[in-house]
Ligand binder design. Structure first.
Ligand code: PRX
Length: 665
């Protein structure tokens, strides 16, 4: 692979110096009470024990969950395959719902939902207790059964951020169906590709989703996807926005018709610990997104445990936890739904945009719901910084205790702003490094224990053996960049890529023998803290969302005017990384702004609006090595040298590229 972001063995101490250290608060706010892990000594001894005796460590934690049948072995490991809690049977829906109800907490609030539109009486708010959530889950589970969904079937979910989305996940899990959630920003093509790959026959959707005052036409997109794949037999549609939709009498079912009259009790399937829980498609270095496979027992234990320690979740203390991610991404799966409900702290779900109706919407939500733990992405923080301090200043944010960030490296300026303006210099920031593949947090501070440094995700979570190595698997000395690997199995690790064993091994297990290669370059500093330096493959991280450069290239060349395309990342003030596309065109095609707009729209149709290039350059030829490989590193340099998104330059690039081509090799 050409153009790695990290040159191995490069001393980068001089490149990045960050000496500011922030000690954890001596005492948390009373809402949080005592820290679950209160010192570095405690963290270190727990971490040491977790690596020396993973069976004891994870076994003790797992025994706090509900199992229909206990496991026989905590972990079996033969790289790249692991089995956690093998022989045990459980159901994650039971552990999210009945477990609380049986302990006498059925009337506690499980989920708080706030809609985007703001009426004269404020926004619509729904609070569901564990009992109510269970009943709704059971009704939908019975409804799904009534249309033939059973254990092992893949149900595609393409919905907005409504409570029924969480209910749909829990209903699938309850009856042993595998859910495959597709982010509502993806296009009909993207839905069809994923449905085909998973051979999914049932799609759950909404008429539309609210986003910044407009309706995202979710049902129309599903209709278009149905034209592109023959797999879809039934579409269940929830009415949310009241927008006009087409209904197909043979295929489409109204959500309310499906659930009304259904029994509000539904027995849980006894799932094997290693039965598949969900598929989640994510981008890789080829054009085709991969279906990451997560299973039941290990994922359940890992997500709930990380959520508890990383956000210091303590039930019965009026904590309100809010993660701003969309459930269409792994962050929402693990840290809105599955990792939260077992912890009995209400999880808040917000439907819409951060700047609707005004740029202070998030802070208004924090104030009104008295949010204690807040989890968002660096791209959002950078947008808040740009919008101005007056927006958070209008609100009382004193309920906040722990602030989290995820999805991409956070630049120290954004970290400091978060710390000062949102956290009033009293809330620890947990910068959590993990991936769709890891299922849950891997490297992160613990808020009551770890001194934090802006820009570093600090130290591995309990049970995680993370390291920086070279290609031979040798650990790199401090401040030397290398590959970020995980050397021992962890409970929520991916079990494979759906239907593609070869790609699974090739992507994660072939670069360094016996170790999980994350695809990120990183280094450790003198205190052992991890610094993520970015992807080392052809994946880019746009606003914390993963996209494969080849995916965008395939979308561009699928347009009849484009002959060849190369896509690279470029620095972007808000998104972190923006998308730069270099295209060669067919004969007599005019390279102008109109064509740029056309191609942007085309990419949005092929993948989704998140994949629209920020910059498109037209060139007579792409710079290539003699062996015909596109010189991406060179394109990256060109793209970074010009941060304009106006795309005015075109032809002179060709001369630059052609000249550089002569110097090649
Ligand atoms: O490059 C890393 C970056 O996001 C990638 C994983 O993306 P995805 O699977 O979409 O999951 C995002 C949410 C977990 C990683 O390979 N990344 C994620 N968190 C961080 C990060 N980079 C730096 N710091 C982080 N905290």
């Amino acid at each position: 692979m050409e153009g790695h972001a990290v040159a191995e063995n490069q001393d980068i101490r001089s490149v990045l110096q960050e000496d500011r250290i922030f000690e954890p608060p001596a005492e948390f706010d009373s809402r949080i009470g005592g820290a679950l892990v209160g010192s570095m000594e405690q963290y270190r001894s727990m971490h040491e024990r977790s690596l020396e005796d993973p069976e004891g460590f994870w076994g003790e934690i797992a025994s706090e969950f509900h199992w229909f049948k206990p496991w026989e072995k905590v972990v079996e490991w033969s790289a790249p395959d692991c089995r956690w809690f093998d022989g045990g049977t459980t159901n994650i829906s039971w552990n999210c719902l009945e477990r609380q109800i049986e302990a006498g907490h059925g009337a506690d609030v499980a989920l708080i939902w706030e809609g985007e539109p703001v009426g004269p009486n404020g926004p619509e708010i729904i609070e569901l207790t564990y009992e109510q959530l269970l009943k709704q889950t059971c009704r939908l589970a019975n409804g799904l059964k009534s249309i033939g969904v059973g254990r092992g079937d893949v149900v595609t979910i393409y919905m907005g951020m409504v409570p029924e989305l969480a209910i749909a996940m829990l209903a699938c899990a309850r009856i042993g169906a595998v859910h495959s959630i597709i982010f509502g920003g993806f296009s009909a093509h993207a839905i069809a590709d994923r449905v085909d790959d998973a051979r999914s026959k049932v799609v759950l959707t909404c008429d539309g989703g609210w986003r910044r005052g407009s309706v995202v036409p979710l049902k129309d997109n599903v209709d278009a996807a149905c034209e592109m794949t023959s797999h879809i037999e039934k579409v269940v549609m929830l009415r949310r926005c009241g927008n006009q939709v087409q209904l197909d009498a043979d295929r489409d079912i109204d959500w309310h018709d499906l659930v009304s009259g259904q029994d509000d009790a539904c027995e849980c399937e006894h799932m094997e610990s290693e039965d598949m829980l969900f598929l989640l498609y994510t981008s890789g270095s080829t054009g085709k997104p991969k279906g990451i496979v997560h299973t039941t027992g290990g994922y359940m234990v890992h997500t709930a445990t990380t959520a508890r320690y990383v956000f210091n979740l303590v039930p019965g203390r009026n904590q309100v936890y809010w993660c701003t991610a969309d459930i269409g991404w792994v962050t929402g799966h693990s840290y809105i739904v599955y990792g939260l409900l077992p912890n009995r702290v209400p999880t808040l779900m917000y439907e819409g945009a951060p700047n609707f109706p005004e740029e202070d919407r998030f802070w208004d939500i924090v104030q009104r719901h008295k949010v204690t733990q807040f989890y968002t992405a660096p791209t959002a923080i950078r947008a808040f910084m740009k919008w101005g301090d007056e927006h958070p200043a209008k609100h009382d944010l004193s309920s906040l205790c722990v602030l989290g960030t995820v999805g991409e490296p956070i630049n120290p300026e954004a970290w400091m702003w978060y710390h000062k303006v949102i956290g009033a210099e009293r809330c620890p920031i947990v910068d959590t490094w993990w991936q769709t593949e890891t299922g849950g947090h891997m490297i992160t501070p613990l808020p009551g224990a770890t001194p934090t440094v802006p820009g570093s995700c600090t130290l591995p979570f309990l049970g995680i053996d993370a390291a920086i190595v070279n290609d031979k698997g040798e650990e790199q000395p401090p401040n030397i960049g290398g590959l970020l690997v995980i050397r021992k199995p962890w409970p929520s690790m991916l079990r494979g890529i759906y239907g593609d064993r070869e790609r699974f091994i090739e992507t994660y297990w072939s670069r360094v023998k016996g170790m999980y290669t994350a695809g990120d370059g990183a280094r450790r500093d003198d205190r052992g803290y991890f610094w993520i330096m970015g992807r080392i493959d052809d994946v880019i991280n746009v606003s914390g969302h993963r996209l494969g450069t080849m995916e965008v290239e395939s979308a561009l060349v699928s347009h009849e005017y484009v002959v060849e395309a190369a896509v690279v990342g470029m620095p972007h003030e808000i998104k972190g990384t923006g998308i730069a596309a270099f295209c060669t065109l067919g004969p007599d095609i005019e390279a102008d702004d109109q064509l740029r707009d056309l191609l942007r729209r085309h990419v949005a149709e092929e993948i989704g609006a998140i994949a629209k290039p920020d910059m498109i350059r037209f060139t007579a030829a792409l710079p290539k090595t003699r062996s015909g490989k596109i010189m991406r590193r060179l394109l990256r340099d060109i793209a970074s040298g010009n941060e304009t998104t106006q795309d005015t330059t075109t032809l002179e690039d060709f001369t630059v590229l052609a000249k550089l081509r002569e110097q090649d090799e």
